[in-house]
Design a protein around this ligand. Structure first.
Ligand SMILES: Nc1ncnc2c1ncn2[C@@H]1O[C@H](COP(=O)(O)OP(=O)(O)OP(=O)(O)O)[C@@H](O)[C@H]1O
Length: 332
């Protein structure tokens, strides 16, 4: 992992990154800034395009563009010999399941890599069970290990508030303390993103008054509207070279409408749509296998009978959401 060293006069600092192969490269020398920006225009643009392609999330997109602009202009200011602040880039992502938090974190990782903020830009996703151990000292060891894996990229902690679940006597507290210490010890070497439901995240931050100032960037991921969910479904089938019959769309719309009301805060949003589409494609395959002849149109079209919604299947949120998460980790 690279170590950032500041050399030169205060006004003309040059950031030099030493990597583990003992090579060094200048990341902000005036001449190379323009060059490296131009050189990286392709992948950089690809990251921003990827963000743009996500349905909805207008505030999140605005904010990421703001961070991008700020970092880019900071480089230019530095090149012009002007003072620049070091921004703290640790973040809170608050929102319901399936609203794009992990997806956006992944894109930010790539974006920051392209901008030279992170050396690798990868994402390590963990939850309470990955960090909390069984005896004194075990938690710190486990947590440090995940921080080590995340160096150069992003450490993304899902349902971060569960670390404060057991109060002061719980090992979760040790995980929080270790994370805070790691943020000091490895300043600028990784970005920590704490994610989870808005309400619980708010409570978590209030109970840990030392934390909010360490996470100046707080993004809210709103639940998708019905129109957005239908657009997500359309995009997903287009990407997979399928299309939806009119009756399929009507059935899906009705189901999503009911499901959002029934599960309220626990509705799986875009992930739920994805799982329905993938499941429908499997049902369509079984249907087509029985047919004597299949046209190109048959192969592409998902019909309403392919959308088999078991009544009450989504009622037990815990089970359905958990299954969707497992399914996600197997199919991503
Ligand atoms: N805005 C969006 N447009 C299109 N697809 C999306 C969008 N947001 C999420 N998805 C898709 O929904 C699925 C779940 O998204 P993601 O894992 O990012 O959600 P999450 O908020 O991190 O969920 P959780 O909190 O449950 O972990 C992914 O397949 C992702 O591609």
């Amino acid at each position: 992992m690279g170590r950032r060293v500041y050399t030169g006069t205060a006004k003309h600092q040059i950031h030099v990154v030493f990597d583990h192969r003992q090579q060094c490269r200048q990341t902000a020398a005036p001449a190379s800034v323009v060059e490296s920006t131009r050189e990286k225009e392709g992948p950089l643009k690809a990251c921003l395009d990827q963000l743009d392609e996500l349905v909805g999330l207008s505030k999140v997109k605005e904010f990421v563009t703001e961070i991008y602009a700020w970092l880019e202009v900071s480089k230019r200011r530095q090149a012009a010999g002007l003072a620049t602040d070091q921004q703290v880039l640790h973040m809170i992502f608050a929102g319901e399941p399936g609203t794009g938090k992990t997806t956006v974190a992944r894109i930010i990782g790539k974006l920051f890599k392209e901008m030279g903020v992170l050396s690798k830009g990868h994402l390590i996703e963990v939850e309470r069970a990955d960090l909390v151990g069984e005896y004194i000292g075990h938690t710190a060891q486990k947590t440090r290990e995940h921080v080590r894996r995340a160096l150069g990229g992003i450490l993304f902690i899902d349902e971060a508030y569960s670390l404060a679940r057991g109060g002061d006597k719980d090992f979760g507290k040790e995980a929080i303390d270790t994370l805070v210490k790691s943020m000091e010890d490895h300043k600028n070497e990784f970005i920590l993103i704490l994610a989870g439901y808005s309400h619980e995240m708010g409570q978590f931050l209030r109970l840990n008054p030392g934390l909010p100032s360490r996470f100046p960037i707080q993004l809210t991921f709103p639940p998708f509207t019905l129109t957005e969910l239908m657009e997500i479904a359309d995009n997903m089938v287009r990407e997979r070279e399928y299309r939806l019959s009119f009756a399929f769309k009507e059935k899906l719309k009705k189901h999503l409408q009911e499901e959002r009301l029934r599960n309220r805060n626990h509705f799986g949003n875009a992930r739920h749509v994805r799982n329905l589409i993938e499941q429908a494609a499997r049902h369509q395959a079984v249907r087509l296998l029985r047919a004597k002849h299949t046209s190109r149109d048959d192969l592409m079209t998902l019909r309403s009978e392919d959308l088999q919604i078991e009544s009450g299947s989504q009622n037990g949120f815990k089970a359905s959401w958990y299954n969707e998460k497992i399914h996600d980790s197997l199919t991503v």
